[in-house]
Design a protein. Structure first.
Length: 197
């Protein structure tokens, strides 16, 4: 059974040129398969050349006939709606950016397990730690966080201590080179050329 391309607006050469310019690899492969069909290749040959089954090629040819080259792009899948609404996500963003309060949350930096508990308490939504991590990554939060600070930290006292420490430390002397392993141990005599029998 043959597959027939009914559209005549683009030739096989034009489809190949379009495939070279396509930013989507899958679309380019499908364009080349349709071009092979236009050139007279059998369904099996065109499918094998494009790395797909004969049935898949048939489906793409039908899509091309109906929608043209744009029809060879993958359609967006709607997917399942998120568990948190946009207002809740903005509230969570603000909470993550602000950081935890040690008296209220009992931690000095957020972990996925901590945020999992906060989300369950605040929004009455249960989700896994992995899902919390994926959601944070998708919203632009890096995995690495700033070094935690104790709430009773005195910045001025720390700076004064650093200055005092620098004044008290003696100037460092240049480190002595370590002896190489070949120079350690006893000295050996050079081998003599005339050894007796």
């Amino acid at each position: 059974m043959t597959v027939k391309v009914t559209r005549t607006d683009l030739s096989a050469a034009a489809l190949r040129a379009l495939a070279c310019q396509a930013g989507n690899v899958a679309q380019a492969r499908r364009l080349l398969a349709v071009a092979s069909v236009l050139d007279g290749a059998s369904r099996t040959q065109a499918a094998e050349a494009a790395g797909m089954t004969r049935q898949t090629l048939r489906d793409w040819v039908h899509r091309y006939n109906e929608e043209g080259a744009e029809g060879l792009l993958d359609r967006l899948r709607p997917g399942r709606p998120g568990q948190l609404g946009e207002a809740q996500l903005k509230e969570l963003d603000a909470l993550v950016e602000q950081g935890p309060d040690i008296t209220e949350h009992g931690v000095v930096r957020w972990r996925c397990s901590d945020l999992q508990s906060v989300i369950a308490r605040t929004f009455a939504v249960t989700m896994s730690e992995r899902h919390v991590g994926r959601m944070l990554k998708k919203r632009g939060f890096a995995r690495l966080s700033a070094r935690p600070r104790h709430p009773k930290t005195e910045e001025a006292a720390q700076e004064a201590f650093k200055k005092t420490l620098l004044r008290q430390s003696p100037a460092r002397s240049r480190p002595q080179p370590r002896a190489s392993p070949s120079r350690s141990g006893f000295k050996t005599k050079p081998a003599s050329d005339n050894k007796g029998p």
